[in-house]
Design a protein around this ligand. Structure first.
Ligand SMILES: [Zn+2]
Length: 345
C-alpha cells in the first residue's frame, strides 16, 4: 500500500510488544505517528516476522520418502537434497521457491535470511522467485554465489578445511556478510566458527555456556531453529538449543525454520513450538521472531519512523474475542486465528 492511510486496532507496540489501542498513521510505507485511542475496531496488529534461517530451495524435496537419516539427506555435497537440487531444472526450482515465498507471506513473514546453494545461478533463481513479492530477503550464497548475494553462507567451518579463512576474507573484502552453521550436533566446531567473526551463527544447539558467553561478548546473533533440531534428532528437550541460557547470558537470539524439505517456514508454528517447549514470555518469543530483520537493515517493530511491516488479525472472528492477552494468543495459536493479511508497507 502506498500513499497515506490509518490503521486502527489493538497493536503490539515497541520492543516490549505492549498491547495498546492505537491509530497507526502510515505515509509512504513509514509509521509516522502512533496515536492512542479509547475505542478501536476488533483488529489486532502485530509486527510481521523475520525468518532468520531458511533453505527454501529444499522445497523441491518437500516431505520426500527417503531411506537414511534426515541429517544425511541434507549433508553437502552429496546428500539427497543436494543431488535433487543439482538435477532440478531452473524453472521448476523457481516455481517451488515462489510457492514457499507465498507460504511465508500467507503466514505473516515479511523477510527471511536464506542459505542458497547452487552458486551464482542459484542466487539468480532465488531473486527471480522473489520478484514482486515485496519480501526483505537476505541471501547467503556459496560456491561463488556470494559475489551476487548479500553474504557468504558456510555449511560448516570444517567443510572447506584450511580454505575457510580465505573464503571469509574474500567475502569480507567484497563487503559481504558471513553466516555459518555451528554447534548443531556437538560443540566442537563452535569456537572455530566464532573466530571467523561472522554476522550470524546458525543453531548453536550444543554450544557450551562458555561458548555462549563468547558469542554474546562478540555480539553475534544466533539463529535457532528448534523444530528442525527436533526433527533431525539433535534435540529432545529445552536444553537443546539452550534458548533460556542464551537469553540469560545475553545472546541476541533470532528464530528460523531451517530446511523447507522437512519444516514448513511458518513462524506462527515455530513460535508456538517455542512457547510450549520453553515456556518463555510472549514478548520474548515475538522479539526472537522479529529481531532477525536487523540482518536486512530493518526493524519490524511497531514504532514511529519504522517501516510498516504488520500482520493484522480479525479480532471478532472465531474465539479471538475471548483472548485476555493478544500477544500470548499470537504466539500460541496464530495459525487458527483469522489473518486479515500481511501489510508490508
Ligand atoms: Zn541450515
Amino acid at each position: 500500500m502506498g500513499g497515506e492511510y490509518t490503521l486502527e486496532g489493538r497493536a503490539l507496540v515497541g520492543e516490549l510488544f505492549e498491547e495498546q489501542k492505537v491509530a497507526l498513521h502510515i505515509r509512504d510505507g513509514v509509521i509516522i505517528e502512533i496515536e492512542e485511542r479509547h475505542t478501536v475496531p476488533e483488529r489486532w496488529v502485530c509486527p510481521a516476522f523475520f525468518n532468520a534461517h531458511t533453505h527454501i530451495a529444499d522445497t523441491v524435496a518437500m516431505d520426500i520418502d527417503a531411506p537414511g537419516s534426515l541429517a544425511e539427506l541434507v549433508a553437502p555435497p552429496d546428500g539427497l537434497k543436494h543431488r535433487l537440487l543439482r538435477t532440478t531444472g531452473t524453472d521448476a526450482m523457481i516455481h517451488a521457491m515462489r510457492g514457499t515465498v507465498d507460504v511465508m507471506r500467507m503466514t505473516g513473514t515479511s523477510g527471511f535470511a536464506d542459505f542458497r546453494e547452487g552458486g551464482p545461478a542459484g542466487v539468480a533463481a532465488l531473486r527471480t522467485a522473489l520478484g514482486g513479492s515485496g519480501m526483505d530477503a537476505v541471501i547467503f550464497g556459496r560456491d561463488g554465489g556470494e559475489a551476487d548475494a548479500d553474504g557468504l553462507g558456510i555449511s560448516s567451518v570444517r567443510e572447506h578445511g584450511a580454505g575457510t579463512g580465505d573464503l571469509v576474507a574474500r567475502a569480507r573484502s567484497a563487503g559481504k556478510m558471513v553466516a555459518l552453521h555451528a554447534g548443531e550436533k556437538h560443540s566442537r566446531d563452535v569456537e572455530e566458527a566464532i573466530a571467523l567473526e561472522p554476522d550470524l551463527l546458525v543453531h548453536c544447539t550444543h554450544a557450551t555456556d562458555r561458548q555462549l558467553r563468547m558469542i554474546a561478548d562478540a555480539g553475534i546473533p544466533v539463529a535457532v531453529c528448534p523444530r528442525s533440531n527436533w526433527r533431525l534428532g539433535v534435540a529432545s528437550s529445552p536444553e537443546f538449543p539452550p534458548i533460556r541460557r542464551m537469553l540469560d547470558i545475553g545472546c541476541n537470539v533470532v528464530l528460523g525454520t531451517d530446511n523447507v524439505m522437512f519444516v514448513q517456514p511458518d513462524m506462527g508454528a515455530e513460535m508456538s513450538f517455542v512457547s510450549y517447549v520453553y515456556g518463555l514470555e510472549p514478548a520474548t518469543i515475538l522479539g526472537m521472531a522479529t529481531a532477525g530483520a536487523a540482518l536486512a537493515g530493518a526493524s519490524y517493530l511497531i514504532a514511529e519512523q519504522n517501516k510498516a511491516h504488520f500482520i493484522t488479525v480479525d479480532g471478532a472472528r472465531g474465539n479471538a474475542l475471548f483472548s485476555k492477552n493478544i500477544a500470548r494468543s499470537v504466539v500460541n495459536r496464530l495459525n487458527s486465528l483469522s489473518f486479515e493479511g500481511t501489510i508490508l508497507n
